[in-house]
Design a protein around this ligand. Structure first.
Ligand code: CA
Length: 178
């Protein structure tokens, strides 16, 4: 037997010119047509607080606006000294640390931040030749980005380092084996 049959009399199919148009059958079971969206990932459920340490307003301003558009809370300072003061009084989820600060050596700031807390540090540099130092000497930074970089790339890095450190440091995280 053929796999299906067109029953013209019952209205299941209609004839238009020489083409047969099969009408859409009603759903067999009463299921919603629209699949509900998957639950939002945990990253977006919690507001992350970011400290931008950057003396160049042409970089810091669009960066702050972009991150805020993504739902992150942003604080900005322009010097290493202010970064240490600010981070002492506020808990940040991640610090974006410019390599070329006006007052202090970035690595000192990174080291001091790390000595005080587990806050993830992403070093931002315009000089790709410095990257080896940033990573190789392991001066507390968790990751680095070379300017110019996209907001999408930055957000991906932020999520990666905050995920790593929350697994590493937080007691409320379930222990992962393997
Ligand atoms: Ca700078």
């Amino acid at each position: 037997p053929p796999p299906y049959r067109l029953d013209v009399a019952s209205g299941e199919a209609g004839v238009t010119d020489d083409r047969i148009r099969v009408k859409t059958a009603p759903p067999m079971v009463d299921t919603p047509r629209r699949v509900p969206p998957p639950p939002a990932p945990p990253e977006s459920a919690v507001t992350m607080r970011v400290l931008i340490v950057e003396d160049d307003d042409a970089i810091a301003s669009p960066l702050a606006r972009g991150l805020e558009r993504e739902g992150l809370t942003v604080d900005r300072v322009e010097t290493g000294t202010d970064a240490l003061t600010k981070s002492a009084g506020t808990r940040f989820d991640v610090v974006l640390l410019d390599l070329g600060l006006p007052d202090r050596v970035c690595f000192d700031v990174s080291r001091e931040l790390r000595a005080r807390s587990d806050v993830p540090i992403i070093v931002v540099t315009a000089r790709s030749e410095e990257v080896d130092r940033v990573v190789g000497l392991e001066l507390g930074a968790d990751d680095y980005l070379v300017k110019p970089f996209s907001l999408r790339e930055l957000i991906a890095r932020i999520r990666a380092v905050t995920r790593r450190t929350s697994v590493r440091g937080a007691a409320h995280e379930p222990m992962r084996v393997g």
